[in-house]
Design a protein around this ligand. Structure first.
Ligand code: G3H
Ligand code: 13P
Ligand code: ZN
Length: 327
């Protein structure tokens, strides 16, 4: 199987009450860990590449590694792994065009920070080029807090999506899916301590997601795939491990998995998870060095790092997305 678009994946996910996991990739071990999990769970997959990932690893390396993963799945697992390759947070027409010309099957144009009409104009331009080339487009309305491509968006500058805008936006742009802001946020520090309450163990509990907004959007766009960014849950056991082995991540906090599972049963068809994979890989590498201070061969610590990514993705596919067995 070649690289596929998200069209068919989203139609099935919408009707089946589950979501597809979109995981960010930056190197071989991350790609191998994620695809190994998807093969084992028979799950369709979106591998996404940020502007930063392209700058780090180079477009062609990432494409060839993803193609290798598809070929390897077919040859060694006898399994046609459906993978969509997606540009995460494209910030210009030129960047989207470069990814479309370079073989991606899906791009995001994120102009959610611009006024409504300007967001529509550039999104429409990307949609026209993408559709001419058989590529699908994700757009965004509303602003998430957190870090995007190394730029910090403060909680004050973030704003929930206005349900009354979504129909006009989708009609005028022709986009294929829509990312909305209902209280998720990028990175491992999604909320300040002041925005949270604490549970009986002193762990920060974030404000709940705005399911009322999601329901209203769903009502206005029946059958249309909705996307959630910033959906890492920042599992405290990994934060603890990182801190235990020399890290310093006080008050890292994420979105409870139970709420994301609920969203996946609704119109949400794509859930973006990156930080949790970073936490899992970093925790395992820190632990490895603490237990083997004499090791200096990168294979010795990247192997457990890759294994940690696989375990984390398997957990998400089964317990958060519910897309295991759907490929
Ligand atoms: O939303 C952003 C993703 O987590 C990608 O992060 O820009 O550090 O590659 P990045
Ligand atoms: P997290 O930082 O919550 O993993 O979000 C990732 C994301 O939205 C990538 O676009
Ligand atoms: Zn994002």
């Amino acid at each position: 199987m070649a690289i596929v678009t998200t069209k068919d994946m989203f139609a099935k996910a919408y009707n089946g009450g589950y979501a597809i996991g979109a995981f960010n990739v930056n190197n071989m071990e991350i790609i191998q860990g994620i695809t190994a999990a998807a093969i084992e769970e028979h799950a369709p997959l979106i591998l996404q590449v940020s502007k930063g990932a392209r700058a780090y690893a180079n477009h062609i390396y990432l494409m060839k590694l993803i193609e290798a993963a598809i070929e390897d799945a077919q040859e060694n697992a006898g399994f046609d792994l459906p993978i969509a390759v997606h540009l995460d947070h494209g910030d210009s027409f030129e960047l989207c065009k470069s990814c479309i010309d370079g073989g991606f099957s899906s791009v995001m144009i994120d102009k959610s920070g611009l006024p409504f009409d300007e967001n529509i104009a550039i999104t429409k331009q990307v949609v026209e080029y993408a559709h001419d080339h058989g590529v699908v487009v994700e757009a965004e309305l509303g602003t998430l807090a957190g870090v995007e491509d190394e730029v910090k968006v403060s909680a004050e500058d973030s704003s929930y999506t206005r349900p009354e805008d979504v129909q006009e936006f989708v009609e005028r742009t022709g986009c294929d899916s829509l990312a909305i802001a209902i209280g998720t946020s990028h990175g491992a520090y999604k909320f300040t301590a002041a925005q949270c309450t604490r549970d009986e163990n002193g762990i920060l509990v974030p404000p709940p997601l705005r399911f009322d907004i999601l329901k209203e959007v769903e009502k206005r766009l029946p059958g249309f795939p909705i996307v959630l960014h910033g959906s890492s849950s920042v599992p405290q056991e990994f934060v603890k491990l990182i801190n235990q082995y020399g890290g310093k991540m006080p008050d890292a906090v994420g979105i409870p998995e139970s709420q994301l599972r609920e969203a996946a049963k609704m119109a949400v068809c794509k859930i973006n998870i990156d930080s949790d994979l970073r936490l899992a890989m970093t925790a395992s590498i820190r632990q490895h060095f603490a237990e083997h201070p004499d090791h200096f061969d990168p294979r010795q610590y990247l192997k457990p790092g890759r294994e940690a990514i696989k375990k984390m993705v398997q957990h998400k596919l089964v317990n958060v997305l519910g897309c295991n067995g759907k490929a």
